[in-house]
Design a protein. Structure first.
Length: 685
């Protein structure tokens, strides 16, 4: 058995070695050293200007990630500059050659060869362990790891023709029913002590589409959070009776997941064509299965919509559009994308930034092949069409003069950029082999595109689409580095899978089998959660059972919860209504802003519906202090949860401290409390 493993492992290592672009890889390593030096000088010369609030530090265990973010950004700039110059003046220096004959196995000593398989797979397995080291976590990871091996074996057998097209299609339809359609009828149950986290994320991401009956033209809060058009989409869904309640919004988000998944399938058809139906269904089955933990109805992130496809819904359409933008004569491509880009911008600022950079890079590469004048004309047309479309869209979305609208949008965009580049909510970088593989391959391709700027001929649709996909992966890197966590890696991992997908379908069977194994075992070994385990989990089964037997009360605007949580939330809402009737002019703040608003119909004090989420630094905190002073409410009540046993909603103590300190800074003092609320009164001056 060990001999068999060693033989296959050595073949795998040699196969990977043949794929390495050694000249560019060496250049990337040397450029990384330059980027490290540049980022070190930058971070020391321009120290952190904003400070995190103590409450946010207590809640999120914030790490300083500005150094790693700065390194990555510097690295991208250095690579772009170096390889663009190389592409213009000495592209032949990096011509690939001789790598196809490279065999790493020839350098392995005889005494080490019997242990190659054991050492290699032990290293891979250790690299896949993201966090923790308990026996339970190790056991679960081992199970998922071997499930990845089984999936790779099935894919290789499919490549060899073992399964018929009908068999693969039946498997695909069965999987879609179980993981994508069946969850539509499974209710979303809010677990005890999870309502605070869910409410905060929903308020920040979807809040402006859930709190109000309309989004007025004067409301910039939606842009400041996760996007005006994103929240208008949620607002529109509420006009449909099926989606009006919070439970209906969960159902709507599941439908969004279906739309997103359908767009991914459309990309698969674009990239593979329609000739080989068996491999199309097989790769569709693979992608939808592996990524179901993030893009299906069994996703575990409905409590945090910023991690659902609703936030990145624009990514598949941009990749699809890229296929049709290639080779457009008369600079039609830059104009079309320039007109559409503002729609992306106002849907979600961060994701649109990645997409606009990626398509802009692809247009640059294609136009550079026709000369400098072509680059200038394409860039000018893109900018002019973007500004024209953006101006019209701003006037349609916001009230006021054009100058005032621009000033406010620029101010809010500056706050968002500052927040995203300051190390907020960061996790320390750790070694994770699949992500490292993806980024190395993406940077190699990125470099190759820059080296091709003097080549003649337009890019084919697939080539242009490849450039866009690589561009999005690299452009999203700063966000991943700033908040380094597997939960933030859906975009790069899914796009990379789509990028290498043709390698599983075309070429010699040996190469296709190699890429299949690399992708399924080395890149995506169910890093987003084992979907089989989740479907048969206790939570999924009991939720279905409780729905059929009517055991859970739909007390949270249609969402179900335990009797204990329902009693807590309904009691808190009743008490808020009583306090409002007894104190004219009363206003309120809560870590359960959305829940209280939907149950009482009363709007919270601040336009930023998730103030604890919003005010993570002193600059943003001062914005809220000024808003409270301007509001001037005589009485404001905020959360009171004595002891852990009375806090079934899970409101974090740091959130209560934040509310208390915010009101104190705004000129309020505490005069008493009820069962669920503290009462603060404005100081007279």
């Amino acid at each position: 058995g060990i001999s068999f493993i060693n033989e296959k492992t050595i073949l795998l290592i040699d196969g990977i070695a043949k794929l390495i672009d050694l000249k560019i890889l060496i250049a990337l390593i040397l450029l990384a050293e330059i980027a490290v030096a540049a980022s070190s000088i930058w971070t020391h010369s321009f120290p952190q200007k904003n400070s995190f609030t103590p409450e946010q530090i207590s809640y999120l265990n914030l790490y300083e990630t500005r150094a790693q973010f700065t390194f990555y950004s510097s690295y991208c700039v250095v690579i772009f500059g170096f390889f663009l110059i190389a592409g213009l003046f000495f592209p032949n220096r990096f011509r690939k050659g001789g790598s196809s004959e490279r065999k790493v196995s020839a350098a392995i000593p005889d005494w080490l060869r019997p242990w190659v398989g054991v050492i290699f797979w032990a290293a891979i397995f250790i690299a896949y362990k993201q966090t923790g080291s308990t026996v339970l976590q190790t056991g679960l990871k081992a199970r998922d790891f071997f499930l990845a091996f089984a999936t790779a074996y099935l894919m290789i057998e499919t490549i060899k023709g073992r399964f018929t097209t009908k068999t693969v299609l039946i498997a695909l339809l069965s999987m879609i029913f179980i993981l994508y359609l069946l969850p539509l009828v499974v209710p979303y149950e809010v677990s005890n002590r999870r309502l605070f986290s869910m409410d905060m994320h929903w308020s920040a991401v979807l809040g402006d589409g859930l709190y109000k009956d309309t989004l007025t033209g004067e409301d910039f809060a939606a842009f400041s959070n996760y996007g005006v058009l994103l929240n208008k989409l949620i607002l529109f869904s509420r006009s449909i009776p099926l989606f009006e309640t919070l439970a209906g919004t969960v159902t709507f988000l599941k439908f969004i997941n279906l739309v997103f998944s359908g767009l991914v399938v459309a990309i698969i058809f674009q990239r593979l064509g329609t000739d080989n139906k068996r491999m199309i269904w097989a790769t569709t089955l693979l992608i939808l299965f592996v990524y179901s933990g993030r893009i299906s109805g069994v996703a575990e992130t409905f409590g945090a919509p910023n991690q659902l496809p609703v936030r990145i819904l624009m990514v598949p359409p941009v990749v699809i559009l890229a296929y049709y933008l290639a080779g457009r004569s008369g600079f039609i491509g830059p104009v079309i994308f320039g007109l559409l880009a503002p729609v992306l911008f106002f849907y979600n600022f961060e994701t649109s930034f990645y997409c606009i950079l990626a398509v802009g890079f692809a247009i640059f590469i294609e136009s550079a092949r026709e000369g400098l004048s072509s680059v200038i004309r394409a860039g000018a047309l893109l900018v002019v069409s973007f500004l024209l479309s953006g101006a019209l869209l701003m006037l349609a979305l916001f009230d006021g003069s054009f100058g005032a609208i621009c000033a406010e949008i620029f101010r809010l965009a500056n706050i968002k950029i500052h927040s995203g580049t300051s190390g907020f909510a960061g996790l320390p970088v750790y070694f994770f082999l699949p992500f490292l593989w993806i980024m190395i391959h993406a940077f190699v391709l990125f470099s190759r595109y820059l080296l091709s700027v003097r080549e003649q001929g337009r890019l084919s649709p697939i080539e242009f689409q490849n450039v866009v996909i690589v561009g999005i992966i690299i452009a999203a890197g700063p966000y991943v580095m700033n908040r380094f966590s597997l939960q933030n890696m859906l975009v790069p991992f899914l796009l990379y899978t789509l990028l290498v997908l043709p390698k599983l379908v075309t070429g010699p069977k040996a190469d296709r089998a190699l890429w299949s194994f690399i992708l399924i075992v080395l890149i995506t070994p169910f890093i987003f959660g084992n979907p089989v385990k989740r479907v048969w989990s206790k939570h999924f089964v009991t939720s279905m059972s409780d729905k059929l037997q009517g055991r859970l009360a739909p007390c949270l605007d249609g969402m179900t919860a335990s009797d204990k949580l329902c009693e807590y939330v309904l009691g808190k809402a009743d008490e808020l209504e009583r306090l409002a009737s007894e104190n004219p002019g009363l206003n309120w703040m809560s870590g359960l802003s959305l829940t209280m608003t939907r149950l009482t119909g009363m709007q919270p004090a601040l336009d930023q519906k998730a103030p604890f989420f919003f005010a993570h630094n002193t600059e943003r905190r001062e914005i809220l202090v000024a808003a409270l002073r301007q509001l001037g409410a005589p009485v404001i009540v905020f959360d009171y949860n004595p002891g852990p046993h009375g806090n079934v909603a899970g409101i974090h103590p740091a959130s209560e401290d934040f509310q208390r300190n915010l009101l104190h800074s705004a000129g309020y003092y505490i005069v008493g409390n009820t069962k669920y609320w503290r009462i603060a009164r404005r100081r007279l001056r």
